[in-house]
Write a protein that binds this ligand. Sequence first.
Ligand code: ZN
Length: 214
Amino acid sequence: MHPISDEFLLDHASGAASAPVSLLVASHLTLNPEARRSYRRFEALGGVMLERIEPAATSPDALARMMARLDTAEPKAAAPVETGIIAGLPAPLGRYVSGGVASLPWRQVTRGVEEAALPVTGKGGERATLLRIAAGRAIPKHTHRGLEMTLVLDGAFSDEAGQYGSGDVCVADGKIEHQPIAGLAQDCLCLVVASSPIRLTGPLMRLLNPFLTR
Ligand code: ZN
């Protein structure tokens, strides 16, 4: 299981996350019971949260940011967890895809890989995109210009760091170079949130970089 780290849960709970990141975290919470268990520690901001939180289980950075936020923010309820399914997708995501996944304007990226942009953007330029990788197909080897978050909605993929199934999140940045490959059993459907296009690193694929910069 690959649940997302506390920092992202906290940002979502407090409303500090950008719209695309919140969409991904909310969808992750729908699909991943382990993430929901972690999220309970953040469900009430303010004094209640301070009592419940276990500092040892939280990164120093998350705790520091939480303390800073508590100094300035009025206590308020955390973003709720939704467990419903809409159009075959977690409810927070399904609302953007009311006509079903097949109705989206899919665009082929490379052989066996298609993407469809969702109308959700963040102030930092984050974009939310559905990505469909055909069974056994790979995304070209690449690294990242910023943060890339990938939530598996259906199917599975693997990369150099491990295997990701439905409800798992893969977080990658400029320090990570990887080549996600969809499992052989079925196509892999993911929600990807990133602020910049990927940077291809394979020997020939490097030449294609200018075409992928949108
Ligand atoms: Zn990547």
